[in-house]
Design a protein around this ligand. Structure first.
Ligand code: KIV
Length: 262
């Protein structure tokens, strides 16, 4: 099982494998195989059918993190801090402390670079491990007017490098880089000594993260460019359910082997 130390030492080595999970059942399938499970606030969209992540609450994140921890005892688990729960140092410390005292998660994740340096520093100085998150930050979707790929100009790349350095300086043990042009993500990765975990950021980061329902093909509404389907989950389930309906209606199910005869 990965620890903060082995994750930090993975910089420049075999890429870290990270996947999201929101419940004990799926977490148990990833347990002991994947390096890190992220209980992402993306659950608000993929589990709750909300248009963005903004309405995920601390209570929702704690509920799902407890479930994931119950299903994956041998995996490093990170709980995403939802929107509005780290607006200043005191609020952030209160909410992040709840993750440690009420769940078995190993770390929290915070969106934001330079502007969140003081928040991340407060948490790390109070013995809470923090994974940073820069680039396209879903919690900024309304204030920035949409999801925008970053790192397209030299000015933006330099700003992202400053963000990455601020997160590292604040004591974070790793950094998610989301939705950034691959060549820019490479430069960001090279500018810091903590491992970077990319999503839509090319293959030169120190690891990759995908949302489980995207990666396993359960989310049908749309497929972002950076997602690869490793399974056609939705199709498999729809076919199985159609088969079940047909067998129930024709009385082919239950067969003798599924029936108590005495
Ligand atoms: O909420 C989430 O799942 C995330 C990943 C996309 C990195 O933040």
């Amino acid at each position: 099982m990965k620890t903060i130390t082995t994750i930090k030492n993975s910089k420049g080595k075999t890429p870290l494998t990270v996947i999201t999970a929101y419940d004990a059942l799926f977490a148990s399938l990833f347990n002991g195989k994947i390096d890190i499970i992220l209980v992402g606030d993306s659950l608000n969209m993929s589990f709750n059918a909300k248009p963005d992540t903004l309405s995920a609450s601390m209570e929702i994140m704690l509920y799902h993190t407890k479930a994931v921890c119950a299903g994956a005892c041998d995996t490093f688990i990170v709980c995403d801090m939802p929107f509005g729960t780290y607006t200043d140092e005191k609020i952030a410390l209160h909410n992040a402390s709840r993750v440690y005292s009420e769940t078995n998660a190993h770390a929290v994740k915070i969106e934001g670079g330079k502007s969140r340096e003081h928040i991340i520093k407060t948490l790390t100085q109070n013995s809470i491990a923090v994974m940073g998150h820069i680039g396209l930050m879903p919690q900024f979707v309304r204030s920035e007017g949409g999801y925008k790929v970053r790192g397209k100009s030299e000015e933006d790349i330099l700003e992202l490098i400053e963000d990455a350095k601020a997160v590292e300086r604040a004591g974070a043990f790793s950094l998610v880089i989301e939705g950034v042009v691959a060549s820019a993500a490479k430069r960001i990765s090279e500018s810091i000594s903590i491992p970077t975990i990319g999503i839509g950021a090319g293959h030169d980061t120190d690891g990759q993260v995908l949302v489980w329902s995207d990666m396993l093909g359960f989310f049908k509404t749309f497929t972002p460019k950076f997602v690869k389907h490793y399974l056609n989950g939705a199709e498999l389930i729809e076919n199985a359910v159609e088969n079940y309906i047909q067998e129930v209606q024709s009385r082919a199910f239950p067969a003798d082997e599924h029936t108590y005869t005495k």
